[in-house]
Design a protein around this ligand. Structure first.
Ligand SMILES: Cc1cc2nc3c(=O)[nH]c(=O)nc-3n(C[C@H](O)[C@H](O)[C@H](O)COP(=O)(O)OP(=O)(O)OC[C@H]3O[C@@H](n4cnc5c(N)ncnc54)[C@H](O)[C@@H]3O)c2cc1C
Ligand SMILES: Cc1cc2nc3c(=O)[nH]c(=O)nc-3n(C[C@H](O)[C@H](O)[C@H](O)COP(=O)(O)O)c2cc1C
Ligand code: SF4
Length: 651
């Protein structure tokens, strides 16, 4: 008997005397905000702690190299077991996690042949075999060096236990050193470390044995790639062979997929929005029947508790790991446990978060503005001392976020929207299959507007004078942006449509279609139409398609474009639109693309002046979202949230 809707998901798991309170494990995520000695700061501590507060059974601080001379791929991910001052900071960190009943975990890694950072710093780098990778010469490890690596993992695990970690994730996947050893395509050694599956996994078994012996009680989660996810890589048969060769040595065999250094595989390891929910569960499910002793974990594109419950209940895996799903909504486990699963904000898989970590080292999320600023917003929030009357103009992403946040903070809120519904411009994507979670998120926000006592006025457009007459203490203008119409002859022809229109009326598109603009709006529209079987091509005047700086999403977009065979023309500028097509200047001179429809996706221009016109209508004024600068969901949410957050805290 259980009072819970998801009893299998919330069935505790006891491994080596350690209680995992449920089956939802926060998947490894690399660290930013470290101090100069790469020790955890309060900011990074609370970033991981937030997942523990939200109910995850364990949270994992991602890659930390056990060999900080020759085994580093990224800059900031080293373990220095000799830094004794560090232990107190890591102890502070692990206490912060364990006080919420979650098991603190850390990932131990050696980047092997892909230790580019080490190579750049002038150190020799090693793998199982001699090879050239990305222009770096990789030396083969000798017996002594292999024993050294085994010792480094064991010493790091002992150090982790001293710091209060209850689990270590040993990285044996994604193309890093231990994966290179276990991979028959990579490891062609003929000694005791190569050849048979048993020989290839000897290094991993020795590491697990050593950790169990010298750090008794520490739980070992071994991350492997169930398949490499690239044509030249290994498939699930090898994944099964690898898992069988280590069965019983780690406590958990954690089946990821892919290879960190190939774009095509990277967007499977971190499933892009073009892949279905739970796309990688099949790898764990294929491995599980072959495993007798270890638990099996799965990971990738999981955020729906219904799906997670089915995975555990049907025996596809014993554990689900969630990375981005707990960034988008750290309270996912608590909401699922307490019957509030409809309130979960599902990750959009837009990969804004990963891209930001890789390019700026910042933690952030498109739909969760608290991420990366948990101290200010969650654990040490400023108090509202003077509640206000707040008037929000515009019911899109920014306006709804501002209204909900202000209402939750105790202000009285009126939300005025010009159109007949809330949701803003993104409502146009409601039928796009790969934007399903975005649509769910917008619906959640609309519901939250209703639940928080916000007065909503639809079909209403105020003048500044009318707004002033309402005597609000605060106006937050969030009135969005207009599509840019490029000055191309023929742009006002009957065959020319705006991208937003086409998103909602795809059936109007028959015959040949040319999309002008290879930014994300145009690219995603092209993918949407092509997937519907339409004859569509994209024309972009820049020399490459523009994914707005989101490099991880760009990888997913490029893989999808190649998969579906979407035609794109870069360095190609539209000169003239006529009833039967578009004339362009391309890299090889003038070119004519026949077209029944020409779709404009030429960018957005913020309604800056219309919004600024309200600046004198209330004592406090904010301008947020696209009407400040047409950008993206993250910026709209961030600014809408913060404007509402700081209201009434000082004056
Ligand atoms: C087709 C398309 C796809 C996109 N996809 C993505 C994506 O996948 N990821 C991403 O990060 N970004 C995406 N963007 C960008 C993203 O939509 C915007 O950055 C975001 O919606 C901005 O939110 P906002 O609230 O500022 O504006 P909007 O969502 O445009 O909302 C503005 C609201 O104000 C209302 N309004 C206008 N004038 C007035 C007035 N005078 N009084 C009251 N109300 C008024 C409008 O009716 C509207 O509801 C996309 C944009 C487009 C056009
Ligand atoms: C920002 C970010 C950082 C990550 N860092 C690591 C890491 O340090 N080590 C690792 O093994 N996986 C890392 N991952 C991969 C995740 O653990 C997970 O396998 C992957 O994101 C798929 O799960 P998801 O769809 O739930 O995000 C990272 C993922 C993200 C989004
Ligand atoms: S930024 Fe996008 S991909 Fe990352 S957690 Fe948030 S919604 Fe998911």
């Amino acid at each position: 008997m259980s009072v819970l809707k998801f009893p299998h998901l919330f069935e505790p798991l006891i491994i080596r005397n350690t209680v995992f309170k449920n089956r939802i494990f926060a998947s490894p995520q690399g660290s930013s905000y470290l101090d100069v000695d790469q020790l955890p700061t309060p900011e990074i501590t609370v970033y991981y702690e937030r997942k523990a507060i939200g109910g995850a059974a364990t949270t994992c601080m991602g890659v930390r190299s056990v060999d900080y001379v020759s085994g580093v791929n990224f800059g900031d991910n080293k373990i220095d077991t000799m830094n004794h001052r560090g232990i107190s900071w890591f102890k502070y960190y692990t206490n912060a996690i364990s006080r919420h009943g979650a098991v603190p975990s850390i990932e131990l890694q050696h980047s092997g042949a892909f230790s580019e950072q080490s190579a750049l710093e002038g150190h020799p780098i090693y793998g199982p075999v001699e090879c050239e990778i990305n222009g770096f010469h990789v030396l083969p490890m000798n017996e002594e060096q292999i024993e050294g690596v085994i010792r480094a993992f064991i010493e790091s695990a002992k150090w982790a236990q001293r710091c209060g970690f209850g689990m270590v994730t040993v990285h044996g996947g994604h193309g890093w050193l231990l994966n290179e050893f276990m991979n028959p395509k990579f490891n062609t050694r003929t000694d005791q470390w190569g050849g048979t599956p048993e020989n290839r996994a000897r290094i991993v078994r020795a590491i697990c044995d050593g950790i169990h012996r010298e750090a008794p009680g520490l739980v070992i989660d071994l991350r492997i790639s169930g398949a490499e996810g690239v044509e030249s890589g290994y498939g699930i048969e090898t994944g099964i062979e690898i898992a069988k060769s280590v069965d019983g040595y780690p406590d958990i065999i954690h089946v990821s997929v892919g290879h960190a250094t190939f774009d095509e595989a990277f967007t499977v390891t971190h499933p892009s929005m073009f892949l279905e929910d739970g796309v990688n569960v099949k790898y764990a499910a294929a491995i599980k029947p072959h495993i007798k002793h270890s638990k099996v974990a799965t990971v990738g594109a999981l955020s729906d508790p219904e799906m997670m419950e089915e995975i555990i209940a049907s025996g596809k895996a014993d554990i689900v790991n969630v990375a981005r799903g707990l960034v988008a909504d750290p309270d996912l486990p608590l909401k699922a446990r307490t019957g509030h699963e409809d309130d979960i904000d599902h990750c959009l898989r837009c990969s804004h978060c990963f891209s930001q970590v890789m390019t700026t080292g910042q933690f952030s999320c498109a739909i969760n503005p608290e991420i990366g600023r948990e101290r200010e917003y969650t654990t040490e929030p400023l108090k509202v001392v003077k509640p206000k009357d707040v008037l929000v103009l515009g019911g899109g992403i920014a306006g709804m976020q501002a209204a909900i946040t202000a209402a939750k903070r105790g202000h009285t809120v009126t939300l005025v929207e010009k159109s007949d519904r809330l949701g803003g411009i993104l409502l146009c994507e409601k039928d796009v299959p790969f934007k399903i979670h975005l649509h769910e998120y917008i619906q959640n926000q609309i519901r939250r507007v209703g639940e928080n006592g916000i007065k909503v006025m639809l079909n209403t457009e105020l003048t500044p004078e009318q707004a002033e007459a309402m005597k609000p203490d605060v106006i937050i203008a969030a009135i969005g942006a207009d599509p840019i119409v490029p000055p191309i002859p023929g742009v006002d022809g009957a065959n020319v449509l705006q991208a937003q229109y086409v998103y909602t009326h795809p059936d109007d598109i028959t015959g040949k279609t040319v999309i002008l603009g290879g930014g994300l709006v145009g690219i995603e529209l092209g993918i949407f139409l092509k997937n519907m079987g339409k004859d569509v091509k994209i024309v972009e005047m820049a020399d490459k398609l523009n994914c707005g700086g989101n490099m991880v999403h760009e990888m997913g977009v490029n893989v999808e474009i190649a998969r579906i065979g979407l035609e794109t023309h870069t360095s190609t500028r539209a000169l003239k639109i006529e009833a039967d097509g578009v004339t362009c200047a391309g890299p090889d001179g003038e070119v004519f693309f026949p077209a029944d429809h020409v779709v404009l996706a030429a960018g957005m221009r913020g309604r800056q002046a219309q919004a600024a016109a309200f600046a004198q209508s209330a004592p406090i004024f904010y301008q947020v979202g696209d009407c400040l600068a047409a950008k993206n969901i993250y910026e709209a949410n961030r600014l809408g949230f913060n404007a509402a957050w700081e209201l009434g805290t000082r004056w």
